[in-house]
Design a protein around this ligand. Structure first.
Ligand code: GLU
Length: 473
């Protein structure tokens, strides 16, 4: 069997859609599972949709994800160039060849005329019966030599059936008569996706094609082209869409998060990859947390589902929090501090204080940006207890509890205002005020922080600082 080769073929749109990244991940896993090659190809033939800097963004995201490719625009291989706009002469050569083989024809029709014909027909796609199919090759070549504008259009047999096997969707069969004869090479010399993907996948020796299931219906047309050239058809793995909810696809254009948006919010790359691996694929067994190496071991296309997978941000948050727990203090600070710097004035805080603040809240955040709201109370002058907390504070034992606690704290010098000493003050209050458990901790917590649940109380009080705590009490 030939070496497994997969390719990720993004179009430079300016962002990395979650669905696209999942395709990249699956391609990577399939290749690496079999010690194969993973290739990056830039599909930039739609000049109208070109976005400045978008290709660099793809390289950057690929680096950031760790899905390192073996060949690509910036990693030389034997089958380049790996950018489609640099392969125009190749497409031209193969388009001419396909015409000779009978799989396509030169078409001189006027675009507008074609559109009108389609509009008039019930089945828009099939509305156009191209008269140029009847022009002899000789005449067509003469007209091209005379400088007439033309496109290369696929020629599809009127009869017969095209069938193929998809690893996810199984056996697929369509009647050729139902397939439209689309443009393969445009008059400006640029190929359409419908042609470039075939030529490139063949010349780049791609063995497994992974892409969204929106391409499933065009695949029979691609197979007719493979057949005309006498080339082997790759293994097809069409993936179900990534959904926002039951009805809608996840879409960056409609404001849904892209990979970069998630990274900017302080989600971890390894958690995102782990989560998107499970969008449409399920491992055997119950395990959900996988490193990239484990995914390489476990991944099996046979377990990709046919139905759309809903992108559940809460599940991703949970997964991210699992990965956060394993982070060192240094890594955690690196992730969270930039968010604090953006949201608050830290000029009078020392680094140790900032680090403590982050560490104390480690178990209370699921992604980096969440630190901002979690620590808000440390930057405010007053507490803002909610109704439930206010109700709680009406208990008659509370004023005394607070008074006793305050008197103990007052005895601590600034240097003595440490976690241990504060804890000792809490314990002393328990004895002296004769309150314990919830009736001890809750009033102290609400009075000093304004919230009913939070991280370790002594640590929070220490971080708030003596002055603020005494004034709040
Ligand atoms: N450029 C295509 C896209 O971004 C790639 C599809 C494929 O993987 O063949 O949708």
């Amino acid at each position: 069997m030939s070496k497994v080769r997969t390719r990720f073929a993004p179009s430079p749109t300016g962002y990395m859609h979650i669905g696209n990244l999942r395709t990249a991940l699956y391609e990577y896993l399939i290749a690496k599972h079999d010690n194969g090659d993973f290739i990056l190809r830039i599909e930039d033939t739609d000049q109208g949709r070109k976005v400045e800097g978008a290709t660099d963004m793809i390289y950057q995201v690929m680096r950031q994800t760790g899905l390192s490719y073996d060949e690509g625009p910036d990693i030389p291989g034997n089958v380049g160039p790996y950018v489609q706009s640099e392969r125009l002469s190749i497409y031209k050569e193969y388009a001419d060849k396909l015409v000779e083989l009978g799989g396509a024809h030169y078409c001189f029709c006027d675009e507008e005329m074609i559109e009108d014909a389609k509009q008039e027909n019930e089945n828009e796609e099939l509305g156009y019966i191209d008269p140029c199919k009847n022009i002899s090759l000789e005449e067509a070549r003469q007209r091209i030599a005379n400088g007439e504008k033309y496109v290369v259009r696929q020629t599809i047999p009127d009869t017969g059936i095209t069938s193929f096997e998809d690893e996810v969707y199984g056996h697929i069969e369509v009647e050729n008569a139902g397939l439209s004869e689309g443009v393969l090479l445009k008059s400006d010399g640029y190929p359409t996706y419908n042609f470039a993907n075939i030529v490139d996948d063949h010349l780049m020796k791609i063995t497994h094609v992974v892409r969204g299931n929106e391409y499933l219906s065009s695949t029979p047309k691609y197979n007719l082209i493979y057949e005309a050239f006498g080339w082997d058809v790759p293994t097809y793995i069409h993936c179900p869409p990534v959904m926002k909810d039951e009805k809608h696809k996840l879409s960056k254009r409609n404001g849904d998060a892209s990979y970069q948006d998630l990274i900017e919010k302080g989600f971890l790359n390894e958690a995102i990859l782990n989560y998107i691996a499970l969008l449409g694929w399920s491992p055997e067994g119950e395990k959900e947390l996988f490193t990239l190496d484990e995914l390489i071991q476990e991944f099996d296309v046979k377990r990709i589902s046919k139905s759309g997978a809903i992108f559940d941000i809460n599940k991703l948050k949970w997964m991210n929090s699992q990965y956060l727990k394993k982070k060192s203090t240094e890594e955690l600070v690196q992730l969270c501090q930039p968010f604090l710097e953006k949201a608050y004035d830290l000029s009078d805080k020392d680094q140790k204080w900032i680090e403590n603040l982050i560490v104390v809240h480690k178990d209370h955040i699921s992604y980096g940006e969440e630190i901002i709201e979690q620590v808000q109370l440390f930057f405010e002058d007053e507490v803002h207890p909610n109704e439930e907390a206010q109700e709680f504070m009406k208990d008659e034992t509370i004023p005394n509890t607070l008074k006793v606690f305050k008197s103990h704290l007052e005895q601590l010098s600034d240097d003595e205002f440490t976690e241990q000493n504060i804890f000792a003050c809490i314990k002393a209050t328990q004895k002296e005020a004769k309150v314990r458990g919830k009736m001890l901790y809750m009033p102290l917590r609400i009075a000093t922080t304004g919230i009913m649940h939070g991280p370790d109380l002594a640590s929070s009080i220490m971080l708030l600082g003596k002055e603020k705590v005494l004034s709040r009490l």
